[in-house]
Ligand binder design. Structure first.
Ligand code: AMP
Length: 433
């Protein structure tokens, strides 16, 4: 056992899985930028107060925050999510509205670690500030949906709800409080604690005993104002117009206190129920004001990268790249030729690695096979003397599998031609965690 290992709830993401991770972020970036969102890179830690604005009643603030006093005496916290930091940035910089940003990066929560639940986990997400238009909600939700589609996931369900305006929500919350207090004896101990903090949160309880009581609770629909009912109707019509399927989920309240009107969650049906939420979001208001800015509407979401990759594994889609290499250079003449040949191939955009330490031909060819490259470029004494190179397909079948000797200036074209012809892909590597 080495003296140090990753601490609980954290993990190393190694190649080739890390390549899949990066491609996933690339897919998200492409879709977000096509929809007019620009990248924001906020810091990973902020003054604790920024995150306290998320709501003291939420677990991520009250129980799971990584906070500490730094050497300058500031009370700092590692970000448990990114919306609060993005809104803090908005208040600090006052960009032109509407302000549409996307982000990718790690968050930190002191949770009990298990598969799909980590203490450091990654999210991709967007925030759009300054527009109250329900069509923006549609655009944002559709972006999340198209992202899962682009990965090839088929078993994702979009759950949709509207929490109404803060006033509607306050009246509903009060009605719930009265209802649940009347039946407090039937709730679990944890359920009663939740009731004390925020009766809305009982609605998405996962405890069966509490859910029996939830089943009879008043429904939010009856408390929604006309304006928020209309807003919600437009969101639904917009999603239908774009062919984005959704399921209405009247008890979906989500963990964060700042949500109002539209809320949504994306659930991967291929994952275990306890950790099957792959993303969620909604409309928030008041957050900018709480952070010292003008009252500004906002809508956004965060998608969990780690869980999305687990969902891809379960559905057998978006596999890790089998290899990070196209070419492996073998040089038994000392290694100086491999140096320039590898450089030339890399400059031509071909992913290339080489053998080092001037091993035997046999040992270098074994390294070439292990590398996963599709092609070996071989330089032996004969080739060196003739100013030629041998190009050997490693995973081709039939005609294409024969090796050829080419002149130095033909190398790049020959390799490109081979890479474009079909060869046996390596079996896709699965994601381990
Ligand atoms: P939340 O900010 O809690 O709504 O989280 C948004 C998404 O981030 C969730 O749907 C999960 O996919 C992901 N997520 C949240 N917490 C964790 C965690 N501890 N480990 C892995 N993924 C997480």
């Amino acid at each position: 056992m080495p003296a140090f290992q990753t601490s609980p709830g954290t993990r190393d993401i190694l190649p080739p899985e890390s390549g899949q991770f990066r491609r996933l972020v690339d897919v998200f970036a492409t879709l977000a930028e096509r929809a007019g969102f620009g990248l924001i890179i906020p810091p990973m830690f902020e003054d604790l107060g920024v995150f306290q604005r998320i709501g003291e009643a939420t677990d991520i603030v009250s129980k799971e925050m990584y906070d500490f006093v730094d050497k300058g005496g500031r009370h700092i916290a590692l970000r448990p999510e990114q919306t609060a930091g993005v809104v803090r940035a908005f208040v600090q910089h006052r960009p032109v509205l509407p302000w549409k940003t996307w982000y990718a990066g790690p968050n930190f929560r002191y949770e009990s670690a298990q598969k799909g639940r980590y203490r450091q986990f990654d999210q991709v997400g967007v925030e759009a500030l300054g527009v109250d238009d329900p069509y923006l909600d549609v655009e944002v939700i559709t972006l999340a949906w198209r992202f899962f589609e682009a990965l090839g996931l088929r078993q994702v369900t979009l759950l949709l709800n509207s929490l109404g305006e803060p006033d509607d929500r306050a009246r509903y919350r009060e009605a719930l409080r009265v209802y649940f207090e009347g039946r407090a004896g039937e709730l679990t101990e944890d359920g009663r604690l939740t009731l004390g903090r925020n009766p809305l949160r009982l609605l998405d309880s996962k405890r069966e005993q509490d859910l029996l009581v939830v089943a009879g609770a008043p429904q939010l629909g009856a408390f929604r104002s006309q304006a928020s009912t209309d807003h919600f109707a437009t969101v639904q019509a917009g999603l239908r117009a774009l062919g984005v399927p959704f399921v209405l989920a009247p008890n979906l309240v989500r963990g964060l206190d700042y949500y109002r009107r539209t809320t949504f969650e994306l659930v991967a049906d291929a994952l275990d129920a306890a950790q099957n939420a792959v993303g969620g979001g909604g409309r928030y208001d008041g957050l900018a004001e709480d952070l010292g800015g003008p009252s500004t509407p906002g809508v956004g979401f965060a998608l969990g990268v780690d869980r999305t990759l687990l969902a891809c594994e379960s559905e057998g889609v978006f596999a890790a790249p089998a290899s990070v290499l196209d070419v492996f250079v073998v040089d038994t003449t000392g290694g100086a030729s491999a140096l320039t040949v590898a450089e030339r191939l890399r400059t031509a955009g071909i992913r290339t690695d080489r053998a080092f330490e001037n091993r035997s031909m046999k040992s270098q060819m074994r390294a070439a096979d292990r590398s996963g490259a599709a092609v070996a470029v071989i330089i032996g004494t004969n080739e060196l003397a003739a100013g030629q190179l041998t190009v050997r397909p490693l995973r081709h079948t039939g005609e294409d599998a024969l090796q050829r000797t080419v002149a130095d200036h033909e190398l790049v074209d020959e390799v490109r031609a081979l890479l474009s012809t079909s060869y046996e892909p390596l079996p896709a590597r699965q994601h381990h965690s």
